[in-house]
Design a protein around this ligand. Structure first.
Ligand SMILES: [Zn+2]
Length: 131
């Protein structure tokens, strides 16, 4: 797991640990609010995000945060779609540029175990549908 990341899955049941996903969701909602001021919509129907497989974000925790924070806002009931593209890495053994599901995957080309991640921990806002 990368420095600064921690597992959030399961923790929201206790309500003790503030979760990273909640913070992410708050900034997402702020962004939607800013959009709302220029585009004047009343309801968000669908939001689509991309979360790289190397990200430490838990999509389920993010959905949970989205539901909680969305209550009684223009995002209430909005559908949250999360794309999870594979992560990109370079194999230090054979030099291949590969796409893999986790940071711990073996190189699909040579079976080597020394992959250096080059991308895939991104979280991006892709699009949303409003009315
Ligand atoms: Zn390799």
């Amino acid at each position: 797991m990368p420095a600064g990341c921690r597992k959030a899955a399961g923790r929201y049941h206790t309500g003790i640990e503030p979760m990273h996903e909640l913070t992410i969701c708050e900034s997402l909602f702020k962004m939607v609010e800013q959009e709302q001021q220029t585009r004047h919509f009343t309801k968000v129907c669908r939001v689509r995000l991309e979360i790289g497989r190397f990200s430490c974000l838990d999509p389920e925790a993010l959905r949970y945060a989205f539901d909680i924070l969305g209550r009684e806002t223009m995002l209430e009931g909005a559908k949250l779609e999360i794309d999870q593209p594979p992560g990109d890495a370079i194999c230090l053994d054979c030099g291949a540029a590969v796409a893999v599901d986790t940071r711990l995957s073996d190189c699909p080309a040579c079976g080597g175990k020394r992959l250096r991640p080059t991308g895939g921990d991104q979280m991006r806002f892709i699009e949303m549908e409003v009315r």
